[in-house]
Design a protein around this ligand. Sequence first.
Ligand SMILES: [Zn+2]
Length: 350
Amino acid sequence: MRLISALDSWNGEGFTGPVLFEIEDDRLTVVDAAVKDDRSAAHIDGTAQIEGTAHIDGTAHIEGTVFPGFTDSHVHLGLVDPAGLVPGGIARVVDLGSDPDLVARWAAADVLDVEYAGAFLTALGGYPVGRTWAPRESIREVMSARESAAAVDEMAVAGASVIKIALNATGPIWDDRQLHAVVRQAHDAGLPVVAHTEGVGQAMRAVRAGVDRLAHTPWSELLSDDDVREAAETSSWVSTLDIHGWGERTPEFEIALDNLRRFAAAGGHVLYGTDLGNGPLPVGINTRELDALVAAGLSTDAVIGAIAPGPLQGRVSVIRGSVSADRPVLAAWLSTATVHSVRDLEETFA
Ligand SMILES: [Zn+2]
C-alpha cells in the first residue's frame, strides 16, 4: 500500500487536520479505520485524524494542506496559452465554449485536468456569432429541436461533460419551446446545461427552463430576493465577477456582487470561474476573483469549496506550511497554492 501523510487537507466540507492518504492510481483516499488503528490514531466523525501528525517512517509527508485541484469553472482554452495554467496555480478547468476538437486535444495532452462543453449552442445569428474571438468551429446555430438534438449528440460524442447554451438578448435568442427542447435533450444525454445569460429577464428564464448552472453571476439587472432564492434552490452560479472592470468597480460589478451576495446567503452553490480568455485576466489563480468572493460574503468554507469543487484525483493543489485561512488573507493564502499530479506526489514530497 502506498501511503502519504499531510499536515492537513480539505475534504470538500472542511479541514480534516493531520491526515494519512492511500495513493491508488491517480486518486487519494483517506486511509480506512483498520490502517488508522495500526497507527494508533483516533477516529472522529468519520474523518481520519492521525494523532501527533502522521510522520511514518518510510512514508512521504506533505508539510502543508492538500486540496482537490483548484478549478476555474469558466475558461476558453482557445483564447489563452493553457500551458500557463498549472504554473499559475490552476489544476483543472471547465472550458465553456471552444472548438470541440481543440479542447479534446488539450484534454488528451494532459498538461492540466480539462472538462469541456465543446461548442456554444445558440440561435441562428445568436451570441457569440460574429464576435471576433469566437471561431466558427466554436458555435452551433440551431433552429429546431432536430438540429439541437444533433448538436447535443455531437458534443456528447466529442467528450463534453456539460452543454453550453447562449441566451443573450442583445441578439437573436431561442423561444421557450426551443430552449426547453435543448435542456431536455442535454439532460436525456446525462449532461448538465450551463447558460450564458445576458439581458433583463434571461437569467431567470434559464433557471425556470431547468438550466443547471449560469456561466456568469447575472449582471444585467438586480434580481429580486424571491428570484435569487428560487435560483439558489435549483442552479449553481459561476462567479466571473472580475470580468467587470478587472479591478475597477463598474456598475455591472456592483450589480453582480449584490446578486451573488444574496445568492450565497440563500444557500446557492457558487463556483470560482473567471471567463479566462475574455479580457486581460491572469493565466492562473485570479486573486481579484477570490477577493470578490470574499467581498460577496461567502464563508471561508464556501470560498474554498468554490475553487476546489472536485475529488482528490488527477491533479491536487498544495499550500505549504500550516493552515492560515484567516479571512483578511484568505485570497492571498489560496493564491500561493501549487499544483501536483497525484501520480508524482511521493517523488515530489519524498
Ligand atoms: Zn465565457
